[in-house]
Design a protein around this ligand. Structure first.
Ligand SMILES: Nc1ncnc2c1ncn2[C@@H]1O[C@H](COP(=O)(O)OP(=O)(O)OP(=O)(O)O)[C@@H](O)[C@H]1O
Ligand SMILES: [Mg+2]
Length: 239
């Protein structure tokens, strides 16, 4: 479904942040990206989304090379959804208006129907449709950001730290929402997370990045049980 092949990318001409990185995520898989601060996780998602162009390598979505497509084209025409690490909802707009922005490629009736469907899946949004997004709690805001990205029914959803800053209980709710997205929408999810153990619990596979390349990869379950991975990357012992 999504395949990143030997990608080299960076923000300035002389510094590579991604240094020959390869990974893939299959249809309706949940794949988590882990790794220390600054190792290039967000840069990878931004490169897949199209905010950065790879200097080398390519990004394949299905059988299409999307490496050089602009972001809006990927979102409008190639089934890509992206929830960035910060500023992922429009706080000045209502919940409904945020969803309408997400659905602006749809015609009006399809957009309204999609809003109704997503509100059935995420009742908290239905209850607060008219409320300003600024009034939502952290967890509600993340669910709105997910739902906004889901409006055009993407085949691939990129999530950058969906549980950042949430309490343990709220974090559980957001991960549950992500699991439900996969089940209901049949969408491939590539997700960056710092809450490694919790993320691995809902993932099929994971990649641990280090300095712009893949250090370790495997089934989520086996990474969770791997003593060395836990010590080095997951902050100690399993809960
Ligand atoms: N807009 C930018 N311009 C220049 N350098 C940047 C930019 N954004 C990130 N970087 C640099 O790229 C490197 C990787 O950053 P990135 O945001 O991808 O890390 P990350 O793995 O997502 O970290 P975190 O866990 O802290 O979110 C860092 O050294 C960072 O300083
Ligand atoms: Mg980041």
């Amino acid at each position: 479904m999504i395949e990143v092949e030997n990608v080299v990318a960076g923000y300035t001409r002389d510094v590579d942040i991604l240094r020959g990185l390869s990974l893939y995520a299959g249809k309706a898989e949940i794949v988590t990206l882990l790794g220390p601060n600054g190792c290039g996780k967000s840069t990878l998602l931004k490169t897949i989304a199209g905010y950065l162009k790879p200097r080398e390598g390519r990004v394949m979505l299905g059988d299409k090379d999307i490496s050089r497509f602009p972001v809006h084209e990927k979102i409008l025409r190639h089934g890509l959804g992206f929830v960035p690490q910060t500023e992922n909802v429009f706080t000045a707009l209502s919940v409904r208006e945020n969803l309408q922005v997400g659905g602006n490629a749809l015609d009006k009736s399809a957009c309204e129907a999609r809003i109704r469907t997503l509100c059935e899946h995420y009742p908290v949004l239905g209850r607060k449709l008219q409320a300003p997004a600024a009034s939502l709690s952290g967890g509600e805001r993340q669910i709105l950001a997910l739902a906004r990205a889901l409006m055009p029914s993407p085949g691939l959803l990129l999530l950058d730290e969906p549980s950042a800053g949430l309490s343990p209980k709220t974090l559980g709710e957001v991960f549950e929402a992500i699991q439900r997205i996969r089940a209901k929408e049949n969408v491939t999810i590539l997700m960056v997370e710092q809450n490694a153990m919790e993320a691995l619990r809902i993932s099929d596979r994971a990649y641990v990045l280090s300095m712009g390349t893949v250090a370790i990869t495997g089934e989520a379950q086996s990474l969770m049980n791997d003593e060395q991975v836990r010590e080095l990357y997951l902050g100690g012992r399993a809960a």
